[in-house]
Design a binder for this molecule. Sequence first.
Ligand code: ADP
Length: 326
Amino acid sequence: FKTAVTNKATAALKPNKEKDQHPPPPPPNVTEPPSTDRREGAVYQVGKLLGKGGFAICYEGKLAGSSKRYALKIVKSKMPLKMEQKFQTELQIHSKMRQQNIVQFHRAFTFEESTYLVLELCPNGSLMDMVKARKGLTEPEVRFYTVQIAGAIKYMHSKGIIHRDLKMGNIFLDKHMNAKIGDFGLAALLVTGRDWQTIRRTTLCGTPNYIAPEILEKGKRGHDHMVDIWSLGIIMFAMLTTKPPFQSKTTDEIYRRAKERDYEWPSPETSKRYISREAKDLVASMLTDAELRPDPDQIVQDNFFLCGYMPVASDINSKLRDCAPQ
Ligand code: ADP
């Protein structure tokens, strides 16, 4: 009886304990303090809300006195330790990335108890929003985005960075509908002798649908960066069919199905979109054991890119733009 009472008491306390970790909305004008490379400081005029994440809120921001627009990603300056660590990783890794399919990091500063990241603006939502709105993409569109994402993965891996949280909701669309990888909160710097259990623990906080089976199995090492190729396989499947391949009611079921590679393509009778043998083979190769997965160079040379046409950026821009949120 005593325990029951105690539990009840803790339950009553819980909402208070887990209070909103998001920062308050920013004022209409946000001031960047002077710094060595910007002695006068700067002012951003805050525009519309772009979205809310686990602990960040994101607003559009226009640099006063210019026509430049950015995404302002805002977090509380004081955060619980775990979030603080996630955010520090994000800051350190993201600020070192410079590639056309990675959201450009411009600067970071603190203003009124909040930390602001000034990022490249992606005004057309995420790949997930677009794939849902379009009920799946055509094969030429999937070719276009797969090449862009593979290029970004090649770049990150060449810098020793594993993203570890690639998913459609973390891939944003710029004003021309190009894919831009964002959110480096779970990324890891690949260093030899790194504590794999730490990676495992932290990665398990991510989205189960996109997690490679070797992260779940203890002791498998040596092909760490290949977890991003697994995620690209899941993204490709989801772009073609609208759903990740192992989608299930419970996380355990997702993991079981991923380990057994238990997935099915929609049957041609029920699905309105054509999915080629080449597309299916490429996805299957990315969902094999880590040491057998193709690297980004092998991916873009795959038959899937030779068996049909590859749209140019202006095709994508004119066809897909209408699906983006207004
Ligand atoms: P968290 O790290 O807390 O998960 P996210 O990075 O996912 O936060 O950002 C939260 C939301 O803000 C995203 O879902 C998206 O809607 C929006 N967002 C983030 N970065 C950008 C960007 N560069 N351009 C436009 N919107 C963005």
